[in-house]
Structure formats: structure tokens, C-alpha cells
Design a protein around this ligand. Sequence first.
Ligand SMILES: Cc1ncc(COP(=O)(O)O)c(C=O)c1O
Length: 453
Amino acid sequence: MSTKKFLLQESDIPTAWYNIAADMKNKPRPILNPGTKEPLKPEDLYPLFAEELAKQELNQTDPWIEIPEEVRDLYKVWRPTPLVRAYGLEKALDTPAHIYFKNESVSPVGSHKLNSALPQAYYCKKQGVTNITTETGAGQWGAALSYAAKAFGLELAVYMVKISYHQKPYRRSIMQTFGAQVIASPSMSTKSGRKVLTENPTYQGSLGTAISEAIELAMGTPNCKYTLGSVLSHVMLHQTVIGLEAEKQMEMAGEYPEVIIGCFGGGSNFSGISFPFLRHKINEGKDIRVIAAEPASCPKLTRGEFQYDFGDEAGYTPLLPMYTLGHSFAPAHIHAGGLRYHGAGSIVSQLRQDKLIEAVDVQQLETFDAATLFAQSEGIIPAPESAHAIAVAIQEAKKAKEEGKQRTILFNLSGHGLIDMAAYDQYFAGDLSNYDLSDEELQKNLSTLEHII
Ligand SMILES: Cc1ncc(COP(=O)(O)O)c(C=O)c1O
């Protein structure tokens, strides 16, 4: 076996994030005020977000945004992350494809989410904010933000989707270890939570509802800001450290990825691995395929509609241009909790409109088959979310075999699954199922959308 791991030095950690919006020929549509339908200015976002993050959110002109030294110093705790050639998986599949993965699971909290948690906490602290709120699905974002909040001395309240609160109790313990307050959502502590619980007392929660609760708490608390772990453009921006490092590492490997794959919740790890490579497609016409891997039970990119919609259940956010299933969509209880979100970020949605990226949806059982094969051949147990990217990488490697072609595939391993073993147990016991979303159910939610586009 030749080189397995491609490692960089601390000095190779990027000094700037890549802002793809500056290079896009068709810019993402503006975020709108739901009342007036007028485009928002950064100042309009200041009540909710730290000012620097609001500016980054709407920046469509600067391709590079400097990473503050304090953030870069904390990135050094685990970055640069390894790029790994998956020889074991290649052998198990008997494929001519070369499969590489960027291993973001090595972060202290086990996922890519820390790449954005640290700058978000940093900019809040720099502005003198004392309290922050957020939501979390599977608990990965909440765990990352808890560590970041502690690193910058901020108080944090996390609304955790109820099903994950019970399925993944150790992520709650991780957040509490870092000093965060964790509340199962829907809760009785907010108006939006009470409304949902009154209508459906056994509701197990969704990211959309948890976001509403976190926004409500932030708006009602002095000196408090809301933070979000995906969907928004500034989150995508921070995650580009993944692809910028991978670009250098692929050079070390002497290859260029023809297929790039990321699993897809709101789009942050997908954007992180792919945007730096997409800039070569946009600016130089490089021939690459970029594929978002989403769950068949929550298929916004493959079956949703490109329309303006709210980012949360209660409709507290501005209107975002997104591929959406409708903000009141209640996804099935799959174990990839971080992928149970109704919409896609506005940049990714525009890229999909412009056919610069593709999307594939995968059934739950196929993702666990892929996860198990990957664990057995590479020695790393992946998060159920990341298993979606692995499943699509395997599909592509099998296609390469059928076609008898060498193909270089790169996917992002967004997190490890060591705290998701209850899901694996259910899979081994044969208790996991696939979920089909009927056209009828899909249309029911989509028909509630106001047609602005
Ligand atoms: C390990 C992991 N991967 C992927 C995701 C999906 O989020 P995103 O699409 O923002 O990367 C999550 C979200 O919680 C996650 O925890």
C-alpha cells in the first residue's frame, strides 16, 4: 500500500475562508423581510446575529474573508484534519476507483461543526454579547457550540430535538460537561414550543421547531444572540476550511477529485468540502461532479421546490430562497438526526438551480449497510449522517467498476458515530426501516408555500 494518510502542518491551516458567492455568476437571491418582501440589509439582521456574522451572511463581493487569529489558534487544537485514501473500502468493493475521505470526525467533539461554532462564538464575544442560544438535531452542533461558548466565556442555552435528546443522551452529557443548558424541544418554555405541544402533545420535535424556540429565547433575553449550525451562508463560509485543506492534500496525493460528495442536512459540510473545488468549475470550467447525499425521508434537493420559505417552523426567520419541503414538514424519525431539516441553504439552492451540483437521496438501510462496510474496512465508525455520503461514494465506486474506469472520488466524513451506537444496535437487530415519502404528503406541505418566485 502506498501513502494512506495525507497530513498538513499547522501553518497550512487556511488564513482565509472562501466566499463562493463572490464568484457565482448567478448570485443567490436576496433574503427577504416576510412583511414587506424587501431584501434585508446587514443591519436588519443585527438584532438576531452578531454584526460581523450578519455582514458575512450578505457578502457577495469578497471571495476571501480573513480568519481571526484567535479562531485559527483554536483550530490548531485538531486542524489540519487528515485526508485518507480508503484502500480498505476500495478493496472491499473491488473497484478501480480511488476513494479519498476528509476526516472531520477527529475534532474534539467528533464532527465538522466546530469549524463554524468557534468563529460564531468569537464574533459574539468580540461584540460584548454575554448569552447565546441555538438548536441542535443529533446534538453534534450543540456539542460543538458548547465547547466554543466555554472557550470564549459565553452562556449557552441549547434546544435539542426531543427524539435525539432521548436517542443520544450522551451528546446531552457532552453539552452539559462544557457548561451549556440543554432543553428538549418542543418545550413549554417558549410560545412556539407550547403551541406545537398543545396541537400535538407527543410530537418528537424537528430542527424547524427547535430553531423557533432558540430564536424566541434570544429575542427575549438581553444581550443575547442566536446562532445557527447550518443553512446560512456564513456557516457555509466557515466550513470551507475543509475543502481548502483537502485541495492541498489532493495535490500531495497527485490526484484531482472528479466526484465530490457530502451528506446534506442544511448544507454546511457539503459546502465545506465542495465550494473550494467548485471555484475551479466556476472560474476555469473544471469538469467535476459535486453530489449532495440526502435522506429519502427528507429529500429537499431531490423532491423539494425552489421557493422562498422560512428557516423555522414558527416563521420567525426572514424568508430564505431555498429548496424546501415546506417549513412545517415533519420528517420521519431516522437516526441521521442532523439531516432532518426541511430546507437547503440559499447558496447551495442557487447552485442546484444552475445545475452546478447534483443531489441523490438514500434510504436509511442502505446508509447503515454502507456505514458497516466502511467501519469494517477503514476502522472508523461513521455518524449516521456521514453514512449518507459513504453510501453515495460506494454507488459511484460501483459505477466505476461497471464501466471499467478509474475515477477519483472524494467524500467528507463529517463525524464519527461513537455516540450513535444505539442506532447501530437497532440496525443489527433488524429494527430499522426505510421511510417512503408519498407524493401526496409532499404536496400537502408544498401547497402551504407562498409563491414568491
Ligand atoms: C455528523 C454530521 N454530519 C452532517 C450533518 C448535517 O449538517 P450539515 O448539512 O450542515 O453539514 C450533521 C448535523 O447535525 C452532523 O452532525
